[in-house]
Write a protein that binds this ligand. Structure first.
Ligand SMILES: [Mn+2]
Length: 385
């Protein structure tokens, strides 16, 4: 069975309010070309199709058109798409019936086992599990599904498991402020909780491509195809996986996806003073349409007009200035972090809420975070209209 494994498209993601449709469109074109060239038997998208619960009509159109093109590039291919923590699980399933006409399976919520175990006749089985809040996940759930797949697998065909979750021991490069415990509010699973009996685990959620330690080279994050944050400072790709038969080691190849607008940090390593950072920005080539952030160290605060000053320097350049990442020297010893208005504006709302909760001894658990994200989406939706 030949598999194209991808995840974390985050369609509709904007970077510091810059629209990324052009980059996302280019990524999707590359995806279509890869399918056309390699003709996989199955195309797996392991969660986080969209960046928000309420993607705009334009973003949904972008996705649905691309999906039809991906199908057309290899009409005999089965396509399986699970929902990630960024997706609305119920909206994910709205078009599940018509999509089946194009061999597309959408798995938004946990369903009957029959619908989550997808047989690709003569090729293999895919056990497709969407993102599920850890506490709603019955113990041994993956194993139960894998056991049922094993029962049906009388021909010894490859078995693939899809999941959107954090597996303990994976590396978090690219996820700001991530800890061993949580990324995006999901508790980490021990690798053993994925069960046994699969030949390859096609994971989503962590944006850095990798084989998970302890997974015997068959538990893999394919990573995001284009970077979502400045810290995803590495090549992005999709994974092409070939499994000869059940019990065989998968053969995995990466196919790089080029981003039309690179995310660039100045200086490329470490930090510098604001004055030097301005020089770097001034000297940045006029004709590169990159996104730029500055890593700047300061003793106290930056001048209040620092952001505007930096923006002005890029006025006649193709690059898009995003923000100044401030590292304050005295912060190391100072527990109570004070923030400038500028820094505050750049913070992710959920992190601010998390900090507030911490200061006030509120347990900001997964349910509360989920509620917060939904409320945030509603506010953003209102803003758009
Ligand atoms: Mn993601």
């Amino acid at each position: 069975m030949k598999i194209l494994h991808t995840s974390d498209w985050h369609l509709g993601h904007t970077l510091y309010d810059y629209d990324r449709t052009e980059e996302q469109t280019s990524m999707l074109h590359q995806m279509v070309a890869i399918v056309h060239e390699h003709k996989p038997d199955v195309f797996l998208l392991s969660g986080d199709v969209y960046h928000t619960y309420q993607p705009s009509a334009a973003v949904q159109t972008l996705f649905t058109n691309a999906l039809v093109e991906i199908h057309d590039a290899n009409p005999s291919m089965t396509i399986i798409i699970t929902a990630g923590n960024h997706d609305s699980s119920s909206k994910h399933d709205i078009f599940q019936t018509p999509w089946k006409a194009l061999k597309v399976h959408t798995i938004g919520n946990i369903k009957e086992a029959d619908e989550m175990i997808i047989e690709i006749p003569g090729k293999g089985f895919v056990v497709a599990v969407p993102y599920v809040n850890e506490r709603s996940m019955p113990e041994g759930f993956y194993q139960q599904l894998l056991d049922m797949a094993a029962e049906r697998n009388t021909e010894g065909l490859p078995v693939v498991l899809m999941a959107h979750t954090t597996v303990r021991g994976c590396d978090f490069i690219g996820h700001d402020n991530a800890s061993d415990k949580t990324v995006g509010g999901i508790d980490a699973y021990d690798i053993s909780e994925l069960g046994t009996g699969y030949d390859y685990a096609a994971l989503g959620h962590i944006h850095h491509e990798q084989f998970v330690t302890g997974g015997h080279h068959k538990v893999r994050y394919c990573g995001s195809p284009i970077p979502i944050s400045f810290d995803e400072n590495y090549p992005h790709s999709v994974s092409l996986v070939d499994i000869a038969s059940h019990g065989e080691q998968p053969d995995v190849k990466k196919i790089e996806i080029r981003n039309t607008r690179p995310l660039v940090t100045l200086p490329t390593e470490g930090t510098t003073s604001f004055e030097e950072a301005k020089d770097l920005l001034q000297n940045y080539p006029d004709d590169i349409g990159a996104y730029i952030r500055l890593n700047v160290h300061v003793k106290d605060f930056l001048p209040t007009d620092a952001q505007a000053e930096a923006e002005l320097l890029t006025e006649n350049k193709m690059c898009r200035f995003c923000y100044i990442n401030i590292m304050r020297e005295k912060e190391k010893n100072d527990k109570s972090k004070s923030m400038s208005v500028q820094e505050f504006k750049m913070e992710n709302p959920i992190e601010i809420a998390g900090r507030y909760a911490e200061d006030n001894d509120i347990d900001f658990d997964e349910d509360l975070q989920q509620l917060f994200r939904e409320a945030l989406e509603m506010v953003r939706e209102d803003e758009r209209q």
